[in-house]
Design a protein around this ligand. Sequence first.
Ligand code: ZN
Length: 208
Amino acid sequence: MEALLEFSSRLSSAPPQGASVLIVPALNPDGLLLRRKNAASDVDLNRNFRARNFSRQHAPGYDPGPWPLSEPETALLAGIIDGQAIDAVVAVHAPFACVNFDGPALPWARMVAEACGWPVRENIGYPTPGSLGSWLGTDRNIPVLTLELPPGPLDDFREMAAAALDRACFGAPDFLRPKSPTTTATTTATTKNATTTARSTVNPPKIG
Ligand SMILES: [Zn+2]
């Protein structure tokens, strides 16, 4: 969350041209407060999206909730993404120190990995049914980056996190910048003791 707030203040002093960025600093405020991955309901929010692979079957600690978007946090984010016609999403997680992606986001993931030094990983090593990446990346073909920060305090990796977020937002490949003016949105949630963020590009423009 701290990394995102710092990113927000950089954005407000130098907004990206032709795009809007929406930032949700903490999509899982209860988990953030409790310093744990799951929400207060003990649902893993990143298993609760309306993806085709949503499943009630789960490993211990990864309860997907009773049905897709059963949780207020995921319902809110889905409303934003659908309502704003988001073009791209950056989710900020921890603690794997890598750049994970879903959908048509490999060139973008490589650029971000180059900026921060953490490797691109196409999957995280275990299945993630009902995740944001499954829903938007796999089902809808929207580029989704999941920036996995390292564990521990931001002081240990502030520059790398800043480089990754700045590159994700300002250095996005051309395919993320439609000819017509565009809006970008950013969203954040909390996962694995740390903070989860997402950045997205949105149509249509109504800005400056
Ligand atoms: Zn994660």
